[in-house]
Design a protein around this ligand. Structure first.
Ligand SMILES: *[C@@H]1O[C@H](CO)[C@@H](O)[C@H](O)[C@H]1NC(C)=O
Ligand SMILES: *[C@@H]1O[C@H](CO)[C@@H](O)[C@H](O)[C@H]1NC(C)=O
Ligand SMILES: *[C@@H]1O[C@H](CO)[C@@H](O)[C@H](O)[C@H]1NC(C)=O
Ligand SMILES: *[C@@H]1O[C@H](CO)[C@@H](O)[C@H](O)[C@H]1NC(C)=O
Length: 381
């Protein structure tokens, strides 16, 4: 054990002595800087340390500020000591960053290949982390484990009409429930991966334009609501099925399709709850007889319909209950049964809705149809 530690220290000194003077200056005090790395992780920094401006340019494989207590990522300050260097990975994971100041721009020597902002405190996507100009062949942003709630068109606003080859956008484990349909417009993503697993996505607007040139779109492990509003997703012309085939998403609701892969459903499996499509219309044949149609519709337009009818018994016995499975219900005998209550229930995969109606026959005043039925229909047939 001791032996290894000594060897490590010895090796460390050996490497340090190989680092040119400019690189040694570049290392903030209290950080460690083996060749090609600035390791400032786990140092309790609440802000970026002050450093001397560097001299010659070279390459850095990693600048590591992970596991500190930073609340702001100040890009200009960061690049005071690494400007012009080819930086592969900027690791700011596990801080408390909620805000980014400054901009990345390859033309100003401020560029990166991987920016790790995982496990921070972002509630909004910081638009200035997308470089104005980008000079690398790969481009990875990890903003997983934050508190993003939506992706907006602002996301790529800085670099509109840009091409981002090898872009990986990792935003898993946020709370994203809304993706603006045009979020990914204005950029060409070549061989890209957009990873939105473990978010709060329930639906996606039909005019959602998939990222141009995206190869893989990971949207599984979201609580997808597979109702009629999501039916468009299975249309092959939008190619969503191809982008997601590596990791197919499943439905969470309605219960009838829970756990089913979205792209294995048929068009009619995407059902929305039946809804009342107008007022109840009683078609009185005469003062003793009338017909009622259940004013309900649904998407898709097929659903089960049932009528429950409740009649007080004329001779004081138990009320009579009847059930019908038809679109309309006719009733004759109001003169002898002055009160009648009706309820129609429409059901499909998404659930059911009920509409109730009560009719009172009031002797000389004729029929009364209260807006809210007074007679509760006791049990279902
Ligand atoms: C860095 O320098 C600025 C002024 O140059 C000073 O206000 C600030 O306190 C310094 N920060 C640290 C951490 O030393
Ligand atoms: C970002 O950092 C986390 C650790 O905090 C790590 O698990 C993850 O793999 C890193 N992401 C990338 C793209 O390297
Ligand atoms: C699929 O999408 C195309 C293009 O938007 C549209 O023309 C077509 O009607 C859609 N097909 C279905 C079954 O919705
Ligand atoms: C989508 O995938 C299917 C089957 O994997 C393939 O036949 C089809 O050509 C693909 N469509 C596009 C537009 O890439």
């Amino acid at each position: 054990m001791d032996h290894k530690v000594h060897l490590g220290i010895l090796l460390g000194f050996t490497l340090l002595s190989l680092i040119p003077e400019a690189d040694a200056q570049r290392c903030p005090t209290t950080c460690r800087c083996p060749i090609g790395v600035i390791d400032c992780s786990d140092r309790g920094f609440t802000e970026l340390p002050n450093v001397t401006r560097p001299g010659t340019s070279s390459q850095l494989s990693r600048v590591d500020f992970s596991n500190n207590i930073l609340s702001v990522l100040n890009i200009d300050k960061l690049f005071e000591f690494i400007v012009g260097l080819q930086v592969d990975e900027l690791d700011f994971s596990s801080n408390m960053i909620a805000e980014v100041e400054g901009t990345f721009d390859a033309a100003d020597g401020k560029d990166y290949e991987t920016l790790n902002l995982s496990r921070n405190a972002f509630t909004e996507f910081p638009r200035n982390i997308i470089p104005v100009n980008h000079a690398r062949v790969r481009f990875i942003i990890d903003i997983s484990y934050n508190s993003l709630t939506e992706l907006t068109t602002e996301m790529f606003a800085v670099g509109d009409d840009m091409t981002l080859p090898g872009f990986q956008f990792i935003a898993t484990n946020n709370m994203i429930s809304v993706i603006h349909p045009q979020t990914f417009q204005g950029v060409d993503l070549l061989d890209s991966i957009v990873d939105l697993r473990f978010n709060n996505l329930m639906s996606l607007s039909e005019d959602f334009a998939p990222p141009r040139g995206v190869e893989t779109l990971r949207i599984s492990n979201n609580p997808w609501r597979c109702d009629c509003n999501l039916r468009w997703m299975i249309n092959f012309s939008n190619r969503l099925v191809n982008f997601t085939e590596e990791d197919p998403p499943n439905c969470e609701t309605p219960v009838s399709v829970r756990g089913r892969p979205i792209f294995q459903l048929q068009a009619n499996d995407f059902a929305c709850l039946p809804f009342r499509s107008g007022p109840i219309r009683q078609n009185f044949v005469n003062m003793d007889t009338f017909v009622v149609r259940c004013p309900v519709t649904a998407d898709p337009p097929t659903f089960d319909l049932r009528w429950d009818v409740w009649l007080p018994s004329p001779n004081g016995a138990d009320p009579i209950q009847l059930c019908f499975n038809s679109e309309t219900v006719g009733f004759k005998g109001l003169q002898t049964n002055p009160r009648a209550a009706f309820r129609c229930t429409a059901s499909n995969n998404a659930g059911s809705v009920s509409i109730a109606l009560e009719v009172l026959y009031n002797g000389q005043q004729g029929l009364e149809v209260p807006e809210d039925p007074l007679v509760p229909i006791p049990t279902q047939c």
